[in-house]
Ligand binder design. Structure first.
Ligand SMILES: [Zn+2]
Ligand SMILES: [Zn+2]
Ligand SMILES: [Zn+2]
Length: 257
């Protein structure tokens, strides 16, 4: 597997940070690291660029990078903060002049066909985004360009959610639990990205303490937390309290393995 990079397009939870109308000290912070768009990352090798999740901030996220093409989009699950930007793939679909490959499980595909019925109907109106659905089977590796993808099944409250290992990078979002078999797929990686919502517990997301404990068990040396809420606190303060090798992610952060 060639060198892989991961770029954080967004590191925020479903409402983003700042939250509309919130006057808390995090939402009004002037530190750019306290401003978090919805969770999404770009996985790139020299020849292939793949987006994980396409939330409501996708357009802004794409505009603020120097990327103008994508080879595929891979989804973790169907929640709106991870799929609401799919319509904004249109400029890329038009420029690349081919349907965008969209990787998802059958369950997620079913939801997409309801949520984006106009894009999947047999009589699509002109200008609707055109996707080429590719099925992910949990436990079955797949290839996109020169990238090898290993799905990792997690629990998101009572929903299933997929994380991915691409080379020595593991990306997990919206996870609140994972069985031992799946955790084994993380071992030996160089970088682990895992969600940590806030300091207090939540029914369908790891808290910071749970995420730290999860990360320690994997023994991955470089850990970044994402899908962060304003309740987490200020980036620089929380970051300073974390164990060695662990940090909060922030929008725009790039990692290379
Ligand atoms: Zn989410
Ligand atoms: Zn706030
Ligand atoms: Zn979710």
């Amino acid at each position: 597997m060639p060198a892989v990079s991961l770029e954080f397009f967004g590191s925020g939870t479903s409402q983003g940070v700042p939250i509309i109308g919130c006057e808390c000290s995090v939402c009004t912070s002037l530190d750019p690291k306290d401003r978090r768009l919805r969770a999404s990352v770009l996985i790139a090798t020299s020849s292939t660029q793949v987006l994980i999740d396409c939330g409501p901030d996708f357009r802004q996220q794409m505009l603020r990078t120097d990327h103008a093409r994508l080879d595929a989009v891979v989804l973790t699950h169907e929640h709106m903060d991870h799929v609401a930007g799919l319509d904004d793939l249109r400029p890329l679909i038009f420029a690349q002049n081919e349907p965008m490959p969209l990787w998802a499980t059958d369950r997620v595909e079913k939801r997409l066909r309801e949520q984006f019925a106009y894009a999947f109907s047999t009589k699509r109106y002109p200008g609707a985004p055109e996707f080429e659905l590719r099925r992910i089977e949990p436990g079955v590796e797949f290839t996109i360009g020169d990238q090898r993808w290993i799905p990792i099944l997690g629990e998101h409250g009572s929903w299933p959610v997929l994380g991915y290992r691409i080379g020595d990078i593991v990306y997990l979002t919206d996870v609140s639990g994972m069985d031992k078999e799946e955790r084994r797929k993380i071992r030996g990686a160089e970088v682990l990205v895992v969600n940590a919502l806030r300091k207090t517990p939540h029914i369908s997301h790891f808290s910071l303490e749970e995420a730290v404990e999860f990360a320690l068990e994997t023994e991955v040396p470089n850990v970044y937390f994402t899908h962060i809420s304003h309740h987490m606190g200020h980036h620089h303060e929380v970051n300073a309290e974390l164990p060695k090798g662990m940090a909060l992610a922030y929008d725009g952060l790039k990692l290379k393995v």
